[in-house]
Design a protein around this ligand. Structure first.
Ligand SMILES: NC(=O)c1ccc[n+]([C@@H]2O[C@H](COP(=O)([O-])OP(=O)(O)OC[C@H]3O[C@@H](n4cnc5c(N)ncnc54)[C@H](OP(=O)(O)O)[C@@H]3O)[C@@H](O)[C@H]2O)c1
Length: 337
């Protein structure tokens, strides 16, 4: 058995102690090509053994099947893991690309009950609003989430892809333990308002897609290399001339990885951990993987220290990235900043 080496941090001001890197479970059910259920389940166990304790899912991943997949693992390790799931993304199985956003209280109550049922647990440790519908006042949506805490169905609240102003407003309604938004060497728009607000409020930041959805690892250079139903085929950064231009931007990551005898993935993850220090906030990145073979590599990055010179070489990269993070940026906090 591997001895856990991952340092721990507190998730939010009075939050639980978690390994400083979590595990994104999304790809185990959908979006990034074919999956192997047996290997995915073995990856959950291996992650826990490596000191990973924050496990991230959502009701939208695999139309609920991701929650069902990880449920038995969560139940078997209930006192050792912190379970995070999300509501708000409405989907239609007959039209997989359809996305609606629902923040109304009746929807939130029903979504929480459905997640609890699929996961087979009595309480969700961290319940995120996956996307904000600006037509619904935060007093209503966060108010409904706070009721779930009072009802004992949810322990702590989180938000995803909100602006700094929205985070402040929500935090005044009920304490927010964590903000989960995209943050990587390639995606730094959160540093404008969301990260400073989280630092000011003592809200932990959970960077999603810290490996740029795998692109930062060098595993693929263009959408055409991916499975026909891989969602990255629809993302502007990975298609057409953008993909070729963005692949060139990996040069400093590659050079640092070679100099230091580490992998590109490790450079990318170390960058997120260290960038948080600049902003003075706690981060718990949740790299996603379906494979045991990635775990030692990814967790080791939490203690890799990049030098000031290496960080300086990575500093301009995000500003040069071609293409948006999503086909429709109205679904992100950027669309409301
Ligand atoms: N709140 C939101 O809106 C939102 C949006 C997206 C994602 N998320 C959450 O964040 C988690 C992580 O984001 P993500 O999965 O989109 O992107 P990511 O963590 O940046 O990258 C995941 C991709 O990288 C590959 N990978 C992982 N470790 C690797 C390594 N060491 N070397 C080479 N390739 C490696 C994975 O493939 P293998 O599986 O083959 O290892 C997968 O294709 C998700 O699982 C999900 O829980 C949240």
């Amino acid at each position: 058995m591997t001895v856990p080496t991952l340092p721990t941090v507190r998730l939010g001001a009075d939050g639980p102690s978690v390994g400083v890197q979590g595990l994104g479970c999304m790809g185990m059910s959908e979006f990034y090509g074919p999956t192997d259920r047996t290997e995915a389940l073995a990856t959950l166990d291996a992650a826990l053994e490596a000191g990973v304790t924050l496990f991230d899912t959502a009701d939208a991943y695999g139309f609920g099947r991701n929650e069902e997949l990880i449920g038995p693992f969560i139940r078997a390790n209930r006192d050792k893991v912190v379970l995070a799931t999300k509501f708000a993304l409405e989907r239609k199985e007959e039209d997989p690309s359809y996305r609606g956003i629902r923040n109304d209280p009746a929807y939130i109550r029903a979504a929480a009950d459905a997640s609890l049922r699929r996961l087979g647990v009595d309480e969700i440790d961290l319940y995120y609003m996956h996307r904000r519908d600006p037509a619904v006042p935060l007093a209503e949506s966060v108010g409904a989430m706070a009721e779930l805490v009072r009802a004992g169905k949810v322990r702590r609240l989180g938000l995803s892809e909100v602006t700094g102003a929205e985070l402040r407003e929500a935090h005044a309604i009920h304490p927010i333990a964590a903000l989960q938004s995209e943050w990587s060497v390639f995606a730094r728009d959160v540093e404008r308002t969301a990260v400073p607000a989280a630092a000011e409020l003592g809200v932990a930041f959970v960077p999603y897609s810290p490996l740029g959805r795998g692109f930062l690892t060098g595993a693929f250079q263009a959408a055409e290399q991916l499975a026909a139903d891989d969602v990255r085929r629809t993302q502007p950064r990975f298609t057409g001339p953008n993909a070729a231009a963005n692949a060139e931007l990996l040069a400093p990551l590659r050079e640092i990885a070679t100099d230091r005898g580490v992998t590109l993935a490790q450079v990318a993850l170390a960058w997120v951990h260290q960038r948080a220090e600049v902003h003075g906030l706690t981060v718990v990145p949740i790299p996603g993987t379906r494979k045991r073979s990635r775990l030692a590599e990814n967790t080791a990055a939490a203690t890799l220290r990049l030098t000031a010179g290496e960080l300086a070489r990575l500093e301009p990269v995000a500003g040069e990235v071609a293409g948006d993070r999503y086909p429709d940026m109205r679904f992100t906090q950027v669309g409301r900043e």
